[in-house]
Design a protein around this ligand. Sequence first.
Ligand SMILES: *Cc1c(COP(=O)(O)O)cnc(C)c1O
Length: 478
Amino acid sequence: MGQNTLDPDDWGAFRASAHKLLDAAMDKMESAKEGRVWTPLPEGMKEALQADLPVDGLDHESLQQRLAELLPYGVGNTHPRFFGWVHGAGNPGSVLAEITSAAMNANLGGRDHGAIYVEKQVIEWSRKMMGFPEEASGLLVSGTSMATIIACKVARDSRLGSQCREQGVGKTQLVGYLSEQAHSCIARAFDLLGIGSGALRKIPCNADFSMNLEELQKAIKEDRAQGFEPFFVVGTAGSVNVGAIDDLDALAEIAKAENLWLHVDGAFGATAILSKTAKERLVGLNRADSVAFDFHKWLQVNYDAGCVLIRSKEKHLQSFSGRAEYLTGVNKGLAAGDLWPVDLGPELSRGFRALKVWAHLLEHGVEKLGACIDENCRQAAYLGQKVEDSAQFELLAPVALNIVCFRYIAKAECDLDALNKDIVIALQERGIAAPSTTFLNGQLAIRVNITNHRTDIRDLDLLLEEVQKIGAEFTEKN
Ligand SMILES: *Cc1c(COP(=O)(O)O)cnc(C)c1O
């Protein structure tokens, strides 16, 4: 017997505290609709998190308490009135899947074991969901940011030839295009890949915040005339500010005519393919060369779980394969398996995030997940209408999908940007709701994003009432 095993001495006691912790986790999820939205971490706990490196360990009971103590202090996205940025609300089923994957402690870099088949199944389901062809391939990743890096690398290598993997990007002046409303993760990917974020042209938008395609074509022409090499265009399916969707079908036509790689950033919007009402706005998504999307946003899988799909498995492999000698596969035994995830992305050791996605799709099925998305769109339309109907509010962008951007208008003369920013901070600090802010056409907007299966119409009524109340409170004070 080893002297220093990390397994518990007393399995009975360990099991008992594990059950207690599971109960605490279930309590947290069962009461997700109650109480404050965001609760900042108390000062005492912040201090306790600046302790010295532990030399001796804790007993299990104390440790489970330390874990359970943290449960109330999340960002608040499990609550029905969390409306900030784009966060999924999560679901209790993911807790069970995470227990299972922790117990297996699988490493999904490759080899032949059960977890690999689960991930393959999830990728196959994702491919079908997005309408990609059979020869497509994909990988589960932390989120759309990582998915975008992988997609951009395959696009880059497929344009420059895979020798650039060894020789670097050289002198070719690659350029890519995206809308002014596109997400910053694409610029980060260009930066990381040595193309440079300066090689991205931000194309102006139409009044509905979708990319102006005439401006796109003009930019491509100008770049070619100046000796640049256009190779890449991003279609945004669900922009982070207002939920705008670019005309993906038209972008696919332009990409074909101009020989560009079409990448779709569909972090949350692409998953509206499962909805009844928003689905038709995603026509052309299945023509993309790559798509990046998240399971942890509108599909409600717990963090983190994103996915990249690449239309051509061959190009995907050409950009990432090449294992070292000690990783060479064989036909049989544990080191078998035709395609290892390490051949499709930059990571070798990888966790089993596929399990919670697989379990989630099995538990709920895509009908219900799509219905949740439809419901959020109806709720956003309802909120947008209420804003328009009130003289105290102003809608700052058309409601395209699930995001409502508006502001409170005071009767008195005042700085509306500052006032609305203060209203949002007060809503967050008082634990009432958690919208975020953004700027649209130079004006600060209260931004309400609804990617939340727990949200109810009454939560939106309450939000508007509180904005009005706090707005009045702040303007009277001045
Ligand atoms: C959230 C988001 C991203 C980034 O995705 P992560 O999963 O946070 O890495 C990219 N694009 C859009 C449109 C997003 O909403």
